[in-house]
Design a protein around this ligand. Sequence first.
Ligand SMILES: C[S@@+](CC[C@H](N)C(=O)[O-])C[C@H]1O[C@@H](n2cnc3c(N)ncnc32)[C@H](O)[C@@H]1O
Ligand code: SF4
Length: 451
Amino acid sequence: MIDDCARKLVKKFSGSAPRYTSYPTAPNFSAEITDGVYSDWLQTLPPEAQLSIYAHIPFCDTLCWFCACRAQGTKIYPPVQRYLSFLMREIDQVAELLEGRKAVQMHWGGGSPTILEPTDFLALAAHFRSRLDFAPDADFDVEIDPRDMTSSKLDGVAAAGVTRASLGVQDFSPEVQHAVNRIQSFDTTKRVVDGLRERGVRRLNIDALYGLPKQTLERVERTIDLVIELAPDRVALFGYAHVPWMAKRQKLIDASSLPEGEERVEQAEAAAAKLRAAGYQRIGLDHFARPDDPMAIAATNGDLKRNFQGYTVDSAEALIGFGASAIGKLPQGYVQNVPATAAYQRRIEDSGFAIERGLKLSADDRMRGYVIERLMCDLTFDRNDLKAIFGERATTMIPIAEHLLRSLPQETISRTNGGFRVTETGRPFVRNIAAEFDAYLNQGARYSRAV
Ligand SMILES: C[S@@+](CC[C@H](N)C(=O)[O-])C[C@H]1O[C@@H](n2cnc3c(N)ncnc32)[C@H](O)[C@@H]1O
Ligand code: SF4
């Protein structure tokens, strides 16, 4: 049970807030950023800039009703193969402008990259490696839907050189799985975990959710017990974001069966307590990692970063996104490809690029982005640090920090030499606290509830 103090906090922070996987957030991107701007930005990347690569595979064989990712269902394979041919064309076009830069990290997400047949999975990995210059120790992470995995797919993932796999679990209770159209047994998941480990893919992450329809405290706790049994290196424990105005498939979810604010916090905190007791380190808003995992080490050293996948240890200067809806981040700003698969394919056919929108970062954006990223990663605000990086401009942030220290309940925030630190009690509300530094809020964009 949560205490009275937590109950008051849930009431106070009951509004919505961005997840701050970027700042400014994607709803603030505009059509001013075009293919031409992207091409200029790519060409002016310093030769020594390191690259992180993201590829989006927007297909799943069945759709989960809770899902807010850019994904479409397909029962047939030819559309996936056709999409791959356009993805490869985009890689060819962009790679030409990136010659000489080293790629240090690759992440395939979706949708479900594991919808790819093994030959296509291997062909896409080989295409990336032939067009871009990967460091020998580059990480290669892939999002895996355990329900997709046959033993030949497991062989393909290992043969492609995948170094870390993220498996979607969400919740193991049949009642919850039924309510969100995602039937996935513990045995199926365990078979995939074991199969990956046997083939040398040893770094494993698991995604779990709280706040789903029909979820109760007991069901979340049982799911987390089973997740711990699988012994992943990292666990992402996301709060279900109910955003049916954006993700239309969520209209299939009975909103009356969703846990309310207090129940959500109770579920999240009970799951967190179990993970901590099992030896996981709590990281930022919603991640957990074994203390020897690079993410836990980065969090301890203040090197953790936030990007579109959530938390990351990736410190590359440029994130290059490929595929429909993919987002990239360059030193100059953000770019995003057109989301609809058909439109993406048409654009690639016409010009080899598919940028729909983006944002050129101003000096103010960079500074506020830094403050928000450090809050989301380290739960701290430090004016000395800020002044060292941004000079005089940093003084504009100090009144906001002082206002928070005066106005927030003292259980959530504590004064430090350089500013403040969000406490353990305040951790679930860090999005709301970060939002105080966001200059774009209240400009019409809608976000999910913060707690
Ligand atoms: C691309 S999927 C993971 C890979 C694979 N498609 C699967 O589901 O197993 C990314 C993750 O986003 C999370 N997610 C999707 N929709 C969400 C929502 N509405 N709120 C919070 N998390 C969500 C889920 O935990 C999911 O595992
Ligand atoms: S959660 Fe994964 S499998 Fe389910 S619809 Fe979303 S991307 Fe597809």
